[in-house]
Design a protein around this ligand. Structure first.
Ligand SMILES: Cc1cc2nc3c(=O)[nH]c(=O)nc-3n(C[C@H](O)[C@H](O)[C@H](O)COP(=O)(O)OP(=O)(O)OC[C@H]3O[C@@H](n4cnc5c(N)ncnc54)[C@H](O)[C@@H]3O)c2cc1C
Length: 374
């Protein structure tokens, strides 16, 4: 029997909404999640699953580091299908010039106590024998994890429900009132606070939110165990993920325990279609071949694309909406939403409860982006 009123109504059951609901339910809050489609039916089932430390900005570094630690704590509880494996990550320099970026990254990680180690040409070739010979070096980050993003989202949803949360699928929210939201079809759901976790669709419900779909293609290969042994990314990835870049294609290859590999990462602002563009896939594979020369000998099992919820910077927007304190937003996670989902759940529950935040929130607050309810 649904309740008459909830402490919180979360809109969206992607990995962000599920993580928030789980955290609130663990703390004894009554919570309902309203989802237009299925749990993890949109971007969260179309992602790669690198749970890493990312360092585009100090705020991003603090958030991703905090969240990776929380995933580490959660690791032993996760069911096998989440495929939680600490493969570690290698950030590879493609050229001698890029070695300075590797060095900068190494210094940054050391300054915040994230274990990372510089790897020279010879060691890189030993660690990854299928990489192109002669690559100058890489940064080795042993603590980075890979998970199956869709299964992880579904686990968070099940865990939220086991702790008392309700999840209603095929329940699209049309509008947010002062003490109730309205579903398509006219039903009202009353709650004290509303959490907007609607991914790239955020402006449909809250037009003031500066979130755009940023398309990314993925190639999934057939199994060839041992071909790649770590999460591989070119160090130029950081530049490629810059929100101001119109289009980028950088190399990222992710092993799975099935022996398959996921290949990314493309970024384009080309609307909200998830149709696969074969030309982009071709360019993605061509980029991979710069690092793994015989990559195209791995038969492709499937290709797909998803839409990252991109904000004006590489960090999410988290907190009460200025002018409407009953509405709390958790959007714009762009390419780090799988990594930062657990931290987002924790931080949003701290905001709702008025507890001190686990990490400083200033850089994530809607005010900083000039957002006001309209
Ligand atoms: C190709 C690609 C690779 C990626 N790789 C990684 C990676 O390796 N590591 C990483 O950390 N991140 C990665 N990401 C980013 C990550 O996938 C996203 O940041 C994350 O999935 C966003 O989650 P979300 O819950 O905000 O959005 P979504 O998963 O899109 O969930 C939002 C939900 O809200 C629902 N919704 C929308 N409007 C309404 C409404 N009005 N009423 C009710 N429900 C509504 C939608 O149906 C949807 O289910 C990648 C993304 C892509 C596309």
């Amino acid at each position: 029997m649904p309740r008459v009123q909830y402490d919180a109504a979360v809109v969206g059951a992607g990995i962000i909404g599920c993580s928030i609901a789980r955290e609130l339910a663990h703390r004894g809050r009554s919570v309902v999640v309203l989802e237009a489609g299925e749990v993890a039916g949109d971007t969260s089932c179309r992602a790669m699953g690198h749970v890493g430390v990312y360092d585009d900005t100090p705020a991003q570094l603090a958030l991703t580091r905090f969240s990776r630690d929380l995933w580490d704590e959660l690791g032993p509880e996760l069911p096998a299908e989440v495929d939680f494996v600490r493969w570690g990550a290698l950030w590879i320099a493609a050229t001698e010039e890029e070695m300075s970026a590797v060095e900068r990254k190494a210094e940054l990680y050391a300054s915040v106590g994230v274990p990372a180690e510089f790897v020279d040409r010879r060691r890189l070739a030993e660690m990854e024998p299928n990489l192109r010979p002669g690559l100058p070096g890489a940064l080795w980050v042993p603590g980075d994890i890979v998970i199956d993003a869709a299964e992880a989202s579904r686990f968070l949803a099940r865990d939220a429900v086991a702790s008392g949360a309700e999840i209603r699928t095929h329940a699209r929210v049309r509008s947010l009132g002062a003490d109730a939201l309205t579903l398509d079809g006219g039903e009202s759901v009353r709650a004290e606070r509303f959490v907007v976790a609607t991914g790239w669709r955020a402006p449909e419900l809250v037009p003031a939110l500066p979130v755009r779909p940023r398309k990314g293609h993925i190639v999934l290969t057939t199994p060839r165990p041992g071909y790649v042994r770590h999460q591989l990314s070119e160090v130029g990835y950081v530049q490629g993920s810059n929100p101001r870049e119109a289009e980028s294609i950088v190399f990222s290859c992710q092993p799975r325990s099935s022996g398959r590999y996921l290949l990314g990462a493309t970024r384009q602002y080309v609307g909200s279609s998830t149709e696969v563009d074969p030309k982009v896939v071709e360019r993605l594979v061509a980029r991979a071949k710069q690092f793994l020369p015989d990559f195209d000998r791995l038969p492709v099992e499937r290709t797909w694309s998803g839409l990252r919820p991109a904000g004006p910077e590489g960090t999410p927007i988290l907190g009460p909406l200025p002018g409407r304190p009953e509405v709390v937003v958790a959007v714009a996670h762009e390419g780090i939403g799988i990594t930062t989902s657990i931290a987002t759940g924790r931080l949003i529950s701290e905001i709702l409860d008025g507890r001190p935040p686990s990490i400083p929130l200033e850089e994530f607050r809607p005010e900083r982006f000039g957002i006001r309810a309209n």
